[in-house]
Design a protein around this ligand. Structure first.
Ligand code: AMP
Ligand code: MG
Length: 402
């Protein structure tokens, strides 16, 4: 059944958004491209890390047993066998009663199992006075203690590429396989819109949404592809949509979502696409309508008002983008806060309220969704679940920051 023009709960809109997401494709990427990517597969270390037992202090590599009972008044006296140079292995083995100087990061000589910090020692002729006992393994990182060769890193982010990788290709530039960044087409619709570089004449409005949406898309690991302002004209709208559909993995359209003759988004959406369009006049994000079908476009229609658009991005579109990038993080990170005033809400309706946050106090910014100032002055959004009748002043709440 088509959901077009019907009011559906946010939960249902999120389901539709998730269902629109195509499975992420993977590609070979270099380490420099790895930021903001999700790994396409497990990362396994290609080497033992560290590949040698190394000191974490400047000091003396010893056999721990030789230092037992050592103290200020009764130091152990160990013959100094040599000094380990950074990056070099010693060509000798430390025997009982001997030690060797080793710098931080240096390779422990054969026969040693601990390091005594230089501060707890004193030169004494050709020997070293050890004034503190060392336990077996003290001040050292043992061979492959960090990662064993072939060990899978639980870290799903490409930061783990530091461990090396089983490269999918014999390509030096390839650090590993990452999910491709989905391309998200962005269209702003409206005869009244002018580019932000222009001073609007009476009746005109600057196209704020293109930038708000592009920033959000970029923040969520996707590539925004802006198609600028499209006039409320069936031909122009259809052409822009067709181009975006050809060039992008999904499309976000703002404006044109109500029942006015000029409002093409809903019309095109019903005829050609699958997606959801929150309706102007509904509280932002509260009541998206959807048309589902087997159609070539994957699109979500957003409200024209920038503040309302932003709430829908945070509440609904995020799920589409996360699905397409393969980001498995289920929920937005929230910040706990105390409410500065009562927030009434009608039971059965999910509300998203912009709030300012200062010193752990969340102050709701009541205002029409058409105002830019509630967006500019806000730090995040408070979600009031459908089953709630609101929150009282002083309640502890969770804020979704932006
Ligand atoms: P619409 O959904 O096209 O009826 O637009 C609803 C309201 O949002 C109108 O006041 C539009 O002027 C405004 N609006 C639509 N698109 C944008 C945009 N890209 N930037 C700023 N305001 C917009
Ligand atoms: Mg419009």
């Amino acid at each position: 059944m088509s959901l077009f023009l019907s009011v559906v709960p946010v939960k249902r809109a999120i389901e539709v958004a998730k269902s629109l997401a195509t499975a992420p494709k993977s590609e070979c990427i270099s380490l420099n491209e790895a930021q903001d990517r999700v790994l396409a597969g497990d990362m396994a270390s290609d080497i033992d890390i560290p590949g040698f037992t190394r000191s974490v202090m400047d000091g003396y590599a010893v056999r721990a047993a030789d230092t037992a009972g050592a103290g200020e008044s009764a130091p152990a006296i160990l013959a100094l066998k040599g000094r380990v140079l950074m990056g070099n292995s010693a060509d000798y083995t430390i025997q009982p009663g001997e030690c060797a100087y080793v710098p931080t990061g240096g390779i422990l000589p054969e026969g040693t199992d601990a390091v005594v910090m230089a501060e707890n020692t004193e030169p004494f002729g050709d020997s070293i006075l050890i004034k503190k006992p060392a336990a077996d393994g003290e001040n050292v990182i043992r061979y492959n203690e960090d990662f064993k060769k072939g060990e899978i890193s639980p870290q799903k982010r490409p930061a783990a590429l530091g461990t090396g990788s089983r490269r999918p290709r014999r390509d030096r530039a390839c650090g590993g396989a990452g999910h491709k960044k989905p391309r998200i087409g962005i269209l702003s619709t409206g005869n009244e819109l002018v580019p932000v570089s222009q001073v609007p004449a009476t009746g005109q409005v600057r196209d704020v949404n293109s930038f708000v949406i592009a920033a959000f898309v970029r923040d969520h690991g996707c590539v925004p592809v802006s198609y600028g302002i499209v006039r409320d004209d069936r031909e122009a709208f259809g052409a822009a949509l067709a181009t975006a559909a050809r060039e992008c993995d999904a499309i976000l359209i703002s404006g044109g979502s109500s029942k006015d003759d000029r409002d093409m988004t809903a019309v095109r959406d019903r005829r050609d696409g699958e997606g959801i369009c929150p309706r102007r006049g509904d509280r932002a994000g509260q009541s998206p309508r959807s048309s589902a079908g087997s159609a070539p476009y994957r699109l979500i229609g957003l409200p024209g008002h920038p503040a309302a658009t932003f709430v829908v991005l945070v509440a609904i579109v995020r799920h589409l983008l996360d699905g397409m990038t393969g980001n498995a993080a289920p929920d937005p990170v929230t910040i706990p806060a105390t409410l500065a005033m009562n927030v009434p809400s009608t039971k059965g309706r999910e509300d998203f309220l912009r709030v300012s946050l200062k010193d752990g106090i969340a102050t709701p910014l009541f205002g029409k969704s058409g105002l830019l100032n509630t967006l500019a002055n806000s730090d995040g959004v408070l979600r009031v679940p459908a089953e709630s009748e609101g929150f009282e002043k002083g309640s502890r709440v969770e804020i979704i920051p932006w």
